[in-house]
Design a protein around this ligand. Structure first.
Ligand code: NOJ
Length: 581
């Protein structure tokens, strides 16, 4: 071997080590994971009380498997006060009786694992219910209580914060308003406690990154109280990991430590958690509700979301300005805000805001973890809303979700195109999130096969459009969104270029908005995807790098050799996936 060959061989072996190391940072199973998010109250009711439960989910695992799903995430299932859809936890070590028992959870884990499906739960790390025994005990002011410093109490708050309490109490339903930081409790332990979201959700005391000397109640993160809370958190995680859980989605993961500018202290906390997890439970994952992958992933999370808040761009794709989540925060005079969302039938949007932010965050994090682009979740509207309401349009959106890098999350029911139901009444603190939490629609009929209860007893109403938006109807129709989704998940599992964290490149020329064209490359393979959510025909020319072999399409598409490259032609509401050969 000459010197040159030796160097080349050394380089190749280093490169393969580097490629391996990239995967080795995270459990291997994450690399081709497709998640399915289940809101447990709404998935399947096995006992006829109108509310979903764990045995109900178990009975649908074969269906979930048939979708190509490899992991599920369940919204909170621990004993709750049910003032915020389970995010007000009373007992982290106990399944809420409405869903079953801890034994039912172990059964669910076993049954899911038998089918090769991982199970992740929701960890509300930052707060409890005000009905939690920890909080009750703490409120008494007993200085011998082990929970004495589990929460943040003060006898004095600023006039500004006092005013916020007044304003909140003027709201139609003060208890389900999130305004302000403190709640007036007049408890022996203190006059006010700090809340995280609703009044009933007192913040757990992880301490303050920079305690203000003028605020003696602000404890440093290494004080005994905050350290005890940390140990409790670890204990909860270990308790469920020991039962076989494969990971946690962590609620409001960035907000545990207060006054933490730049999120340095909370990043340190999660880095320590990650090191501990990797040592004892290396196959398990942490998924953050942080929505800033560039912070969350270096902080130790395996997966972070790009969605309705935080990193900008998701809204500009999916939230039309006349739909509930699109109405927020838009000022026509602000040029930077999008006016029309990209996945709108009128085709007046731009992929710019999304693509720039995504690309930056993706390239900064892809060697460490994964970005998830969920189809929806329990906190924001589904893709089927407003004028985006036909299977053709929804197939185009699904093509996007299932061909982007990272870890896709399908929100239950989006695979059949369930609608966001407008104007539903508040249900267990949902406010306008009720429309996205309605029961899964299995069959035609008054309760859509979700429950044997009466329609009036249903957790929330169903709307199947005469049985069309049901699993039953779509299983029978080879052209349905459900079958198309299955083809997409199968494709994702087959194609290395659609998995893990390869290269993602936007192929749109500057100013060319439709179609959206991007390339995914991984392990020497390349896929080109073109997406046209608009009702009119579009075309784009991309550089010729090889023969484009069509793997899947929806609607009508074609490719033509042009002098300048390959011309992709897409009918209205169409999308296509090519392999470059
Ligand atoms: C985020 C959760 O996703 C949401 O549903 C909940 O209301 C808040 N955190 C408070 O826990």
């Amino acid at each position: 071997m000459n010197k040159k060959t030796i160097i080349a061989a050394a380089l190749a072996s280093f490169m393969s080590f580097a490629a391996h190391a990239q995967v080795a940072n995270n459990p291997q199973w994450l690399d081709n994971a497709i998640f399915y998010q289940i809101y447990p109250s709404s998935y399947m009711d096995s006992d006829g009380n109108g509310i979903g439960d764990l045995p109900g989910i178990v009975s649908k695992l074969d269906y979930i498997k048939s979708l190509g799903i490899t992991a599920i995430w369940l919204n909170p299932v621990f004993e709750s006060g049910w003032f915020d859809g389970g995010y007000d936890v009373i007992d982290f070590y106990k399944i809420d009786p409405r869903f079953g028992t801890n034994t039912d959870m172990v059964k669910l884990i076993d049954e899911a694992h038998r089918r090769g499906i991982k199970v992740c739960l929701d960890l509300v790390a930052g707060h409890t219910s005000d009905k939690s025994p920890w909080f009750r005990d703490c409120s008494t002011g007993d200085r011998n209580s082990r929970y004495a410093d589990y929460y943040i109490w003060t006898d004095s708050i600023s006039p500004k914060e006092q005013q916020k309490i007044v304003v909140r109490h003027q709201a139609a339903n003060p208890a389900s308003s999130t305004y302000g930081r403190y709640v007036e409790a007049n408890a022996p332990r203190g006059k006010y406690y700090e809340k995280n979201f609703f009044e009933c959700q007192p913040a757990l005391n992880y301490g303050f990154a920079n305690p203000d000397p003028a605020h003696p109640w602000e404890q440093p993160v290494d004080a005994p109280g905050p350290q005890a809370v940390r140990r409790e958190l670890k204990n909860i995680i270990a308790f469920w990991f020991d039962k076989g859980i494969d990971g946690f989605r962590v609620d409001m993961a960035s907000s545990l430590i207060k006054n933490d500018k730049g999120k340095k202290a909370v990043s340190k906390l999660w880095n320590e958690m990650r090191a501990w997890k990797d040592k004892h439970y290396p196959h398990c994952v942490f998924i953050s509700e942080w929505s800033n992958p560039e912070q969350a992933i270096p902080a130790g999370f395996n997966v972070d979301f790009m969605m309705q808040f935080g990193l900008k761009g998701y809204g500009s794709l999916f939230f039309s300005r006349d739909t509930p989540w699109g109405k927020r925060g838009y000022k026509p005079e602000n040029e930077k805000e999008y006016r029309f969302c990209y996945f709108d039938r009128d085709g007046k949007g731009s992929p710019k805001e999304f693509a720039e932010n995504y690309e930056r965050a993706y390239n900064a994090t892809k060697s460490l973890g994964y970005i998830a682009l969920p189809t929806a979740n329990h906190d924001f509207q589904r893709p089927n809303i407003g004028t985006r309401n036909t299977p053709e349009q929804l197939k185009v959106a699904m093509t996007f979700f299932l061909t982007m890098p990272g870890v896709p999350f399908i929100y239950y029911g989006d695979e059949i195109g369930m609608k966001y139901q407008m104007d539903l009444p508040n249900k267990e603190g949902s406010n306008n999130r009720a429309g996205t939490r309605t029961p899964m629609q299995w069959t035609k009929g008054e309760t859509a096969g979700f429950s044997s209860c009466t329609p009036a007893q249903l957790y929330l109403p169903v709307d199947t459009e005469n049985g069309r938006i049901t699993v039953e109807a779509q299983l029978k129709d080879p052209a349905s969104l459900l079958h198309y989704t299955r083809r997409l998940t199968a494709l994702r599992h087959q194609q290395a270029a659609l998995r893990g964290n390869g290269e993602w490149t936007l192929l749109n020329k500057d100013g060319q908005n439709y179609p959206l064209v991007y390339q995914c490359s991984n392990q020497g393979e390349t896929i080109v995807v073109a997406i046209n959510p608009a009702r009119f025909k579009t075309k784009a020319v991309i550089p010729h790098t090889g023969t484009l072999h069509k793997l899947l399409e929806t609607g009508k598409t074609a490719v033509k050799q042009a002098n300048t490259g390959d011309e992709l032609r897409l009918d209205g509401f169409s999308a296509v996936v090519y392999k470059v050969e």
